[in-house]
Design a protein around this ligand. Structure first.
Ligand code: TYD
Length: 206
């Protein structure tokens, strides 16, 4: 059976990932592809439990290393249990966030640097997405967009943290431009969706 594709979405909080993921899922399903949608942290029963611990506002004392390892633990489970089998079986897997989030949020945002890659190498090995869509939006604009909803422990971090996360994403995009494709997320929803479809069609027709 032909292998499927592994596509991830990345971006700061409030960058509009959920809307675009839904539009891409509908588009690909209409085209006859079998699409599996999942998210990080989460996507398996174990990983969803880890998610609850990570994002719980009551866990304000959580140290950065614990946070990093919990994300990696949730990821290891998701890759083994869901992503790999689905892609091997021919599905298009769309994942809301993946290891790039840990690089942006923990390596850059929390300032843990290279050891975040070291930890994640154990979690994902060399299993990386075929394509990563990065929705680029000024972090302060992103925070403004999510202000009206209840925020989780990570979203409640300082403005300076969110600025560093964004810087981390820009660095990742520059370092791995073959895989990571940045899109200006301040554009209209339809215009963004069109660019994402073009990138995914390029991948499938490659
Ligand atoms: P979520 O509600 O899924 O946010 P979003 O809808 O913006 O994706 O919460 C995930 C939060 O966890 C988000 O603030 C980003 C953060 N995160 C990390 O800090 N490191 C990681 O490795 C991952 C996957 C997420």
């Amino acid at each position: 059976m032909k292998r499927g594709y592994f596509i991830t979405f990345e971006g700061g909080d409030g960058s509009g990932k959920s809307t675009q993921i839904k539009l891409l899922q509908d588009f690909l399903t209409e085209q006859g592809y079998h699409v599996l949608l999942t998210r990080e942290p989460g996507g398996t029963a174990i990983s969803e439990k880890i998610r609850d611990i990570i994002l719980d506002k009551k866990n304000a004392e959580m140290c950065d290393m614990t946070e990093t390892m919990l994300y990696a633990a949730a990821r290891a489970q998701l890759v083994q249990q869901v992503i790999k089998p689905a892609v091997d079986g021919g599905d298009i897997v769309i994942c809301d966030r993946f290891v790039d989030s840990s690089i942006a949020y923990q390596a850059w945002g929390r300032g843990l640097g290279d050891l975040v890659w070291d930890i994640n190498r154990h979690a994902v090995g060399d299993y990386m997405p075929d394509l990563t869509i990065l929705l680029k939006l000024d972090p302060m604009q992103g925070m403004k967009r999510i202000k009206s909803r209840e925020q989780d422990r990570i979203e409640l971090s300082s403005d300076d943290f969110h600025r560093k996360v964004y810087e981390g994403y820009l660095n990742l995009e520059a370092m791995d431009s073959d895989r990571i494709k940045g899109i200006d997320a301040s554009q209209g929803i339809d215009r963004i969706a069109e660019q994402i479809r073009d990138l995914v069609e390029d991948l499938i027709n490659r």
